[in-house]
Design a protein around this ligand. Sequence first.
Ligand SMILES: NC(=O)c1ccc[n+]([C@@H]2O[C@H](COP(=O)([O-])OP(=O)(O)OC[C@H]3O[C@@H](n4cnc5c(N)ncnc54)[C@H](OP(=O)(O)O)[C@@H]3O)[C@@H](O)[C@H]2O)c1
Length: 269
Amino acid sequence: MALPKSVGTVGGGNMAEAILRGLLRAGMKPDQLIASDPDASRREHLARELEVRVTESNAEVARSSELVVLAVKPTHVEAAAADLPRDAGPLYVSIVAGLRISTLRRLLGSQPRIVRVMPNTPALIGSGISALASDANLAIEDGERATAVLEAVGRVVRVPESLMDAVTGLSGSGPAYVYLFIEALTEAGVREGLSTDVAGELAVETVLGAARLVRESGEQPALLRERVTSPGGTTVAGLSALEQGGLRAAVFEAVRAATARSRELGGES
Ligand SMILES: NC(=O)c1ccc[n+]([C@@H]2O[C@H](COP(=O)([O-])OP(=O)(O)OC[C@H]3O[C@@H](n4cnc5c(N)ncnc54)[C@H](OP(=O)(O)O)[C@@H]3O)[C@@H](O)[C@H]2O)c1
């Protein structure tokens, strides 16, 4: 599906910048893109670095864009939505964590078409994974257009909105789990005598290479693990220690706790 002819962001912060950069990489021209932000220094930054159009007015973004990414913090949604037209207008793609489609519809009225997305921080380097949810009545082309925009910063999966908290617990918070694992792997190498630099590089490249092998081979991780685990060898000794240490149970609990917290925060907002 082709990208929209014009895309705007309401909020010109980190995620908005990542998406705008991705869209430029994907071939959109700066004059097809517009961002609003109340902060003049953010607007200047985006105009200087990306050469996109900038404005103080959220209404102008909505007026001049086929698709609008809502990229403000949850606490600013109500103020931002107050400036937006309540008529049919553009297709809205909200990346606001925890904000339900029904809540946004209450703010924007029944007319606008709305897609809810949960991206994650590797989007900043074009390697994100976003989960996309919509009302059942969203037109197929609108879902495809939103997908094309999000694909500018990584991959996209579709989920029912009821599973957005689970997505938050897994891939939203997930990068932090992986950072912790890389930290621990590095420290473990240092304990065994490697320098911090060498241990760090070995750890990062191991995580990156293993993840790419899973993706590019299309094999189940369990199968790849079995293939490198010879009886009585080094890997089986390491894996046994990880299982005894409760790694699997700790990961289950991490995703469960983050999912529950996301549900709680969503209920509060
Ligand atoms: N970062 C992530 O990994 C990630 C992942 C998933 C979802 N999200 C969601 O993405 C959204 C944006 O996150 P972010 O990290 O990009 O935040 P951010 O860097 O704080 O960007 C938000 C921007 O919106 C501006 N803003 C505030 N009120 C506004 C208004 N009424 N109208 C227009 N713009 C307004 C802010 O300006 P001021 O600074 O002047 O207030 C700020 O520049 C959040 O809802 C977050 O939950 C982020």
